[in-house]
Structures are given as C-alpha cells and as structure tokens.
Design a protein around this ligand. Structure first.
Ligand code: IPE
Ligand code: IPE
Ligand code: MG
Length: 256
C-alpha cells in the first residue's frame, strides 16, 4: 500500500488540513527567506497610516512561522528592516524600532515554546537604539538551544554591508590575498552556519531584491506573489513551496 504523502509529514505533527495535496514531502526547501513587503500599501488602501500596515504584518509573520513549522522547514529568514530603510521619515523609523522591540517581547515566549531559535542578521550600529539591541540579545539568549526552526530576523540588514563587513574581518585578520576565496568570505558572513536560501519569497508584486542576502541567494529560486505582506498567510507559503517544487535547479550544469 502506498504511504499517503500527508503521513510523511516529518516530526509526526498533526497534519494541517490546508496543506495542498500536491506537496512533495521529499523536497521541502531547507531555508526560505522572505521580503515582507507591502505594509504601507496595505494601510494606504484602507485609508490608514502606514504604521498600521506594519502592525498588521505581525499576524502574517506569526502565521508564516507556523506554516514553516508545519512543513518542517528548518530555516526561515525575514527581512524586517534594511540598511536603506533609515531613509524613511523619522516617525516611521521610530515606529519600526519600537514595533520590533515590542514584537520580540510579545512573541518570544510562544516562539520559544514552539522550538524556534531566534537570531538576528544585520549591523549593530549606533542608529539602533540600545533598548532594541537588548531585547534582541534577550530573545536570542532565551531561544539559543532550540533547533526545530531557526528564525533569522534581518534587521538593519544590507547584503552589501554584510559583504563589506566580511571583507573587513578578513583584512583585520591579516589574511593574505591568495587565501581569499569563497569559503573565506562565507566564514565571515553574519551566520556562517546558515544554509543558503533555497527559496526567496517577496510579497507585494515587487520584482526586486532590495539588497537582501546578496551573497547567499546566488542560486535561490525567487517567487513574487502579489499578496501584500499583512494579508500573507501560511497558505501563501505553501503555494510558494509548490512553485519551488515545480522549478528545476541546475546550478550552471545541465538537467539531470
Ligand atoms: C515592508 O513594507 C516593511 C518595511 C520595509 C519595514 P513597506 O513599508 O515597504 O510597504 P510598501 O512597500 O511601502 O507598501
Ligand atoms: C525591502 O523592502 C526591505 C524590507 C521589506 C524590510 P523596501 O520596501 O524597503 O524595498 P524597496 O525600497 O521597495 O526596494
Ligand atoms: Mg516596500
């Protein structure tokens, strides 16, 4: 008798009834990276201030994490604030700093109970308020032993900044030019142990990368659903995974 696909759901978790029947449990992406985009447009369409869109994005984030847990995805990385987002009006930046701080306080215990390890990728520069850094450190410390899912929040993150920081670290170590190779650069990324994303999902129909994980996405599959981030739910993640499963990855070689 053929084993039904849903029975192969890893970890013996209860099967989510919203799983599409076509999900191939042998090809679940190991790492999914999301660009949570469209909060401002979501709010404007409702005649609300942009900040309401960011607030509404929390539900989407939590549901996406639950979806990742249900699929048995091991790594999820979320773009929360880019090194370019400092260009926004000071009130919006201030809101985003406070919002991310309070989100961590609201959500860290439930994420911890779900086995989520929370980490951060980005620059800890003077522009990030000390209080926010403290909350980030607390959430990371609380969840550091969890291994079910690693949630990396890309915060004050820029792909170019990450590469610059890696090169700086190499130079500071005194590594000679002939020792600089891809492995050496990777060793100095923010999280050298993080596997490259298999799949990048950018919501809101924008077809660009906006300085996200530039080194790591060299061979990622990219999908661009139209949904605005605050409306994103686990079903959209399942759709993106199905799209990923229809793609053929060749890494510069020929199809096998
Ligand atoms: C993404 O939504 C959230 C952040 C960049 C912090 P936006 O705020 O970029 O929303 P849009 O793109 O203006 O709709
Ligand atoms: C990328 O979205 C950054 C985050 C989602 C945090 P942006 O809205 O800042 O990107 P651009 O400006 O449209 O390229
Ligand atoms: Mg945007």
């Amino acid at each position: 008798m053929a084993i039904s696909r849903s029975r192969r759901n890893p970890g013996d978790r209860p099967v989510d009834p919203s799983f599409p029947a076509e999900i191939d449990w042998d090809h679940i992406p190991k790492h999914v990276a999301c660009v949570m985009d469209g909060n401002g447009r979501w709010a404007s369409r409702r005649g609300l201030p942009r900040t309401e869109g960011h607030a509404a994005g929390e539900e989407a984030l939590v549901d996406a994490i639950d979806g990742a847990l249900a699929l048995g995805i091991g790594w999820i990385t979320m773009y929360a604030f880019s090194t370019e987002n400092w260009r926004r009006p000071v009130d919006e930046v201030r809101y985003l700093m406070r919002f991310n701080e309070s989100l961590l306080m609201r959500r860290r215990d439930e994420l911890n109970e779900k086995g989520v390890r929370i980490r951060f990728a980005g620059r800890r520069d003077w522009r990030v308020p000390r209080r926010v850094l403290r909350r980030m450190d607390e959430a990371a410390e609380l969840t550091k032993d969890n291994r079910t899912l690693t949630l990396t929040m890309a915060f004050n993150y820029g792909g170019r900044a990450e590469i610059v920081d890696a090169v700086k670290a190499l130079v500071a170590e005194g590594v000679s030019a002939d020792k600089v190779d891809e492995k050496a650069i990777r060793r100095h990324l923010y999280h050298p142990d993080m596997p490259d994303p298999d799949l990048v999902v950018r919501t809101s129909g924008e077809h660009r990368i906006s300085n996200y994980l530039l080194w790591e996405i060299a061979y990622s599959e990219l999908v661009f659903p139209e949904v605005l981030w605050p409306d994103f739910r686990r079903e959209h993640l399942y759709e993106a995974v199905l799209e990923f499963q229809r793609r053929e990855r060749r890494y510069g070689g020929l199809e096998t």
